[in-house]
Design a protein around this ligand. Structure first.
Ligand code: SAH
Length: 196
């Protein structure tokens, strides 16, 4: 097997693991009634589609067909090892965030009935560790797919979702949790501990 094929398979395996990991939590999350879903809008759906395009469709097309060929460059072993490690870190963080958010998790922005604010574990130092995990996934994709379009597509796709969503999510959380969230914001960063 060539290094390139291995890297493509490693990327695909990471995506499949993420998908499988999410199934039980998706079931759990459906059980709680939604109290505030006014953010389930065309805007949110557009952002989700852009993210799916960058993290899923564009890299899958490249992995299967090597399209767009002109943007490809030779792969290095160091890059592949780093990519596998970063994807593993991403999956670990996904699993932790899902375990902790449990029934409060949702694909779009919503507040559940009896929603409680989680501020411990991986939520102790950053407010959006699940988004940190998505960024790690996007970095792993850029490392594992040696193509100047398919590689960075995840960073661009998820980056778009993140920057257009995070302000609104924090606004929604401030409205739902008031002073409790304001205090939480004071002692935490968004996605990188101590930095951002
Ligand atoms: N931004 C978070 C969660 C993403 S899932 C992260 O990156 O980890 C999105 C849903 O999680 C939102 O609809 C919100 O209701 C819920 N949520 C976000 N932060 C939360 C927290 N600290 N405690 C409980 N629920 C939270």
């Amino acid at each position: 097997m060539s290094l390139l094929t291995f890297a493509k398979i490693a990327w695909a395996a990471g995506v499949v693991c993420w998908y499988v990991l999410r199934i039980p939590f998706e079931r759990k999350a459906k059980r709680l009634r939604v109290a505030d879903a006014r953010h389930r809008t065309a805007r949110e759906m557009t952002l989700l589609s852009i993210s799916t395009l960058g993290l899923g469709v564009v890299p899958a097309l490249y992995a299967a067909t090597s399209f767009p060929r002109f943007a490809s460059y030779p792969i290095s072993p160091v890059q592949v090892v780093a990519g596998v490690l970063v994807f593993a870190a991403s999956l670990w963080l996904f699993w932790r965030t899902h375990r902790q958010l449990g029934r409060y998790w949702s694909v779009t922005l919503e507040i559940k009935a009896e929603h409680k604010l989680i501020t411990s574990g991986v939520y102790a130092r950053v407010r959006h560790p699940m988004y940190s995990a998505f960024f790690l996934w996007a970095v792993a994709q850029a490392l594992l797919l040696p193509n100047w379009i398919a590689g960075p597509a995840g960073l661009i796709g998820f980056g778009t979702l993140f920057f257009f969503r995070v302000g609104r999510e924090e606004q929604m959380m401030r409205e739902a949790f008031g002073a409790e969230y304001a205090a939480y914001e004071k002692r935490t960063k968004r996605i990188i501990p101590c930095i951002y």
